[in-house]
Design a binder for this molecule. Sequence first.
Ligand SMILES: Nc1nc2c(c(=O)[nH]1)N[C@H]1C(S)=C(S)[C@@H](COP(=O)(O)O)O[C@H]1N2
Ligand SMILES: [Mo]
Length: 556
Amino acid sequence: MDVTVTNPKQNAVHYPPDRRFIVWIRRNFLIALAMLIVLPVVAAWAQYLIAGLPAVPQSYPTAADLTAPAGFPGWLRLAHFVNFLFIVLLARSGLSILMDHPRLYWNSDCTPGTEWMRFTPVEAPMDHIWTAKDDARYISPWLGLPGFRHTIGTARHWHLLSALFWLLNGLVFVLLLLSTDYWMRLVPNSWRIIPEAWALFVHYATFHMPFEPDPYYAYNAMQQLAYFTVVFVMAPLSMLTGLAMSPAIANRFRWYPKLFGGRQAARSIHFLLLLGYTGFFVVHVTLVVMTGFARNMNYIVLGNDDGSLTGLLIGLAGIGFVVAACFVAYWFSWRHPRSLQYLVRRIHSVMRFLFFRHIVPRAQYSEADISPYFWPNGKPPTTDEWQALAANDFRDFRLKVFGLVDNPLELSLEEMKALGPQSQITMHHCIQGWSGVAQWGGLSLAKLIELAQPRPEAKVCVFYSFGEGLYGGDYYDTQSLENAMHPQSLLAYEMNDAPLPPVYGAPLRLRVENQLGYKMVKWIKSIEFVTSEKSVGKGHGGKNEDDEYFDLFPEI
Ligand SMILES: Nc1nc2c(c(=O)[nH]1)N[C@H]1C(S)=C(S)[C@@H](COP(=O)(O)O)O[C@H]1N2
Ligand SMILES: [Mo]
């Protein structure tokens, strides 16, 4: 497959010479993970060799003496298929997202070297600037959606779109399950299920097939426990850990990511759940094939109990449909990324209206939470203008505030400091997946806006940078006036109680804590007030929105 982008700079980013793929796991964690699998198997063998095979049920309820309804109604079969479609899209786009910051941590600082798992052969060099963008890795489009390197804008659209439909499908499924008696098939009604599942596990682990119930009428204990866990434990946990990665939620409800051990622990759990689904899928499909493939496929595809091959053939066609959907998604990602961006933007604007605009960031961390390492991102400016200003510690810098304002401004750093400092310790969330806590000191944006007196038609502030975007051209981004007025919206000239260092955005950088990092323009040169983001750049709201199809309002 070929990258179908015509811009050679973009091609160079998406298809780098170094495409090595490795999986590295910290030894202790690997041992723990192996133990999780090995120990139960060893215990099963020990029991089998010492005490023989434990007793398992030799008969199951059939049609006559059932309490739960038999069979698989249409809604259940459809939900099963829709779930399969979206979980495939979720897994594949998730892998593309993961490769944009190919490291997993249990701490929220993301210091290179502290990860428990990584998908890159590169140890982040410490002797020169190594940005999070440099660190992103290539993934084959056979695995990732849309694949290649640094395609996170599009990958996120697929992920969030699929998550929404997956959630809706799951809700409908669970509601129908609970409003009929079918829930009894999945929800265990006695703790006896645990020893019974263990007895079955001893059979499987020692290569003995236990007596099988006919799944049209009943599941065995292990099967029921596995289905119950996937539907009622893993799926909700995937959604909840997904939400724990949202900057808007984490910086408003600080307790929330803590439920999962912090922002990065939530991300790690989110990934471990993917491994869990994959493991479930492999065992599930193997057993479906081993225990009467054609009959089982008739059950779940057609809902009937005959011995024909019809269910199997239609089921294979269904799998073909999902594979085709992956190809269509790939094609759409590269041919119509803008349409995809705007489709998701429309959905987001509804979610914003209902939900996100009400959650104003206000989290504060303590000094002790400040990250010892903070990933840098973006290209530092190289222009003579910025270098001359930097050489003189930005004493000659004047922030220009212009556009639809009654009081255009030109402010030096000293003048801004004289307007009164504001300080906050907050968590930064980069779209790529890393986070970090830092103290930021600067001028409240609300104060500056009041001073500039925007006219009523001014709805959007544009922040122009001295620096360039990833593919060339000046970096800029926009904020709605409403978001810019939040108490934690800040023009920072200080980081961790020292003047803002050049790599982190000197002389000025933006902090808007309910959004992702790319909205926080560094090396700010000027601020313009306009009626709409459509009049700036390519008109999509920012450099990354223009060139990389990022969201305009990234609150998740
Ligand atoms: N001018 C400019 N500002 C920028 C960027 C950039 O490329 N150019 N990158 C953004 C991104 S993606 C992030 S995550 C943050 C990173 O800030 P940090 O270097 O302080 O971590 O800066 C944002 N601001
Ligand atoms: Mo970022």
